[in-house]
Design a protein around this ligand. Structure first.
Ligand SMILES: [Zn+2]
Ligand SMILES: [Zn+2]
Length: 136
């Protein structure tokens, strides 16, 4: 069981079961949504995620016709990335975890949209588009 919560603590969740994979996404939507150089999402089966508190505070933004991003309406913490075509799995914003997810990012995706002020300094594979189930 891996626990996570938003910045203000209103939204709390638990994940049962392993993450399938994780990746760093440099797409412009992730950069804007997170206010950061990139976003790191871990993907799990949708039924593995249980909201234990604050589910009424979760709101969503349809960032594109194919994706919904959820966040806490009080503090703005990013929580999920959900693809319309892949309801069976969900991307969890790994920065909201309180424990080690026991998964490590395997690649960088959408590096063509990378922030010019950030230099990727690891040896993970880099993809210009979606190599891991995340699409804009
Ligand atoms: Zn919050
Ligand atoms: Zn992205």
């Amino acid at each position: 069981m891996i626990k996570g919560s938003c910045l203000c603590g209103t939204v709390r969740y638990e994940i049962e079961g392993p993450f399938q994979y994780a990746s760093h996404c440099h797409c412009s939507q992730c950069r804007k949504g997170h206010g950061a150089a990139f976003a790191t999402y871990g993907v799990v089966a949708s039924q593995a995620v249980t909201y234990t508190a604050g589910s009424e505070a979760i709101t969503s933004y349809h960032a594109s016709p194919t994706a919904t991003r959820t966040f806490c309406r009080h503090c703005g913490s990013n929580l999920e990335w959900r693809g319309t075509a892949t309801p069976e799995r969900v991307g969890i914003a790994l920065g909201t975890l309180e424990e080690d997810p026991l998964v490590r990012p395997r690649c960088h995706i959408f590096v063509g949209s990378r922030a010019p002020w950030y230099a990727i300094a690891d040896d993970l594979p880099q993809f210009t588009a979606d190599a891991a189930g995340h699409s804009e």
